[in-house]
Ligand binder design. Structure first.
Ligand SMILES: NC(=O)c1ccc[n+]([C@@H]2O[C@H](COP(=O)([O-])OP(=O)(O)OC[C@H]3O[C@@H](n4cnc5c(N)ncnc54)[C@H](O)[C@@H]3O)[C@@H](O)[C@H]2O)c1
Length: 266
C-alpha cells in the first residue's frame, strides 16, 4: 500500500487580519506564517533567530526570545503600534534539544528548565500580553501548537511530553475562561512533521527511520499540512470550536501504543 500524498496548500481568506506567530523562522511556524501571509494577513514572526528566507514583505521578523518577559511585551507593543490589533496569536516556538532525549533523571537541569521556560511559560507570556487587547477587541483566536506526545507516552520524552500536555490544557482552560469575551483558544497536536527539529532528532538516532511508516498514512507530515489546520481553526469556519485540541497526525494517535511499530495491511 503506498503512502498518502500531501495535497497542495489549502487557502483561507485572511485579508487585513493581524497575525503573530512565535518561532516562525523555520519549520512548522514558518509554514503557518507563510500560509497566513499568502491569504492576505499581516504576519509577525517573533523568533529568537532570523529567518534565512524572509518570506516576502507580508512577514515581518521581530527578534524575540519567548523566555524573556521584556521581549514578549515589546513584540506585542510593536504590533499594536503598527496595526492597533492582533487577531490571531499562534504559540509555536518550542525546543526539543537532543540532550533532552533521556529519562528525566538524566536530563541536565539547565536543559529541562530552558524547555519549561520556552515551551510552557513562553506560551503563557505571549497569551498574557495579547489577551487584554483581545478582550478589548471582543474577538481573537489563540492557537497553541502542542504535540502528539502531549497525549501519549514515547521513549525519552519525559520532559517534553508533559510540557506539551500542559499546552493542551492551557488551551482548554483559557478557551473556557475567555469564551464570553469572544476569544477562542485551541491547541493543535501534530504527529511527526518534516522540520529541522525532527531532522535533528533523527540524525541523532542514526538518520534512518521507519518513523513515516509508523503513521497509518505511511509518511510523516509536511509543515503546510499543520498550517492548513491552523488556518481553519483561526477562521470563522471554526467559530464554534474552542477549548479543544485537534490532532494532525496521519492517524498516529489512534494506534494506541505510540512507540510500537504498526504493521500496515497491504
Ligand atoms: N516537527 C514535529 O514533528 C513536531 C511534532 C509535534 C509538535 N511539534 C511542535 O511544533 C512546534 C514547531 O516545531 P518545529 O519542528 O517546527 O521546530 P523547529 O526547531 O524546526 O523550529 C522552531 C522555531 O522556534 C524558534 N525558537 C526556538 N526557541 C525560541 C525562543 N526562545 N523564542 C522564540 N523563538 C524560538 C526557532 O528559532 C525556530 O525558528 C513546536 O511547538 C513543537 O513542539 C513539532
Amino acid at each position: 500500500m503506498s503512502p498518502s500524498r500531501p495535497p497542495a496548500n489549502v487557502s483561507f481568506e485572511n485579508h487585513g487580519r493581524v497575525v503573530l506567530v512565535t518561532g516562525a523562522s523555520m519549520g512548522i511556524g514558518s509554514a503557518i506564517a507563510q500560509a497566513f501571509a499568502d491569504s492576505g494577513a499581516h504576519v509577525y514572526n517573533a523568533d529568537i533567530t532570523a529567518p534565512s528566507d524572509k518570506g516576502g514583505n507580508r512577514i515581518k521578523h521581530l527578534s524575540c526570545d519567548t523566555a524573556s518577559e521584556t521581549d514578549c511585551s515589546t513584540v506585542v507593543e510593536q504590533v499594536v503600534q503598527e496595526h492597533g490589533a492582533i487577531d490571531v496569536l499562534v504559540n509555536n516556538a518550542a525546543i526539543q534539544p537532543v540532550d533532552s532525549y533521556h529519562p528525566i533523571d538524566q536530563v541536565k537541569t539547565e536543559i529541562w528548565q530552558r524547555m519549561l521556560d520556552i515551551n510552557l511559560c513562553g506560551y503563557m507570556r505571549m497569551a498574557r500580553h495579547v489577551l487584554p487587547l483581545m478582550k478589548q477587541q471582543q474577538c481573537g483566536v489563540i492557537v497553541n501548537i502542542a504535540s502528539g506526545q502531549a497525549h501519549r507516552t514515547a521513549r525519552d520524552v519525559g520532559v517534553y511530553g508533559p510540557i506539551k500536555s500542559a499546552n493542551v490544557m492551557q488551551a482548554r482552560q483559557w478557551g473556557v475562561e475567555y469564551a464570553r469575551n469572544g476569544i477562542r483558544v485551541v491547541s493543535v497536536s501534530p504527529g511527526a512533521i518534516d522540520t529541522p527539529m525532527v531532522r535533528a532528532s533523527l540524525a541523532e538516532q542514526g538518520g534512518a527511520s521507519e518513523l513515516g511508516n509508523r503513521h497509518p498514512v505511511g509518511r510523516i507530515g509536511q509543515p503546510h499540512e499543520v498550517a492548513s489546520a491552523v488556518l481553519w481553526l483561526s477562521s470563522d469556519a471554526a467559530s464554534f470550536v474552542t477549548a479543544t485540541d485537534l490532532e494532525v497526525d496521519g492517524g498516529l494517535g489512534a494506534l494506541g501504543a505510540f512507540a510500537a511499530p504498526y504493521p500496515m495491511p497491504e
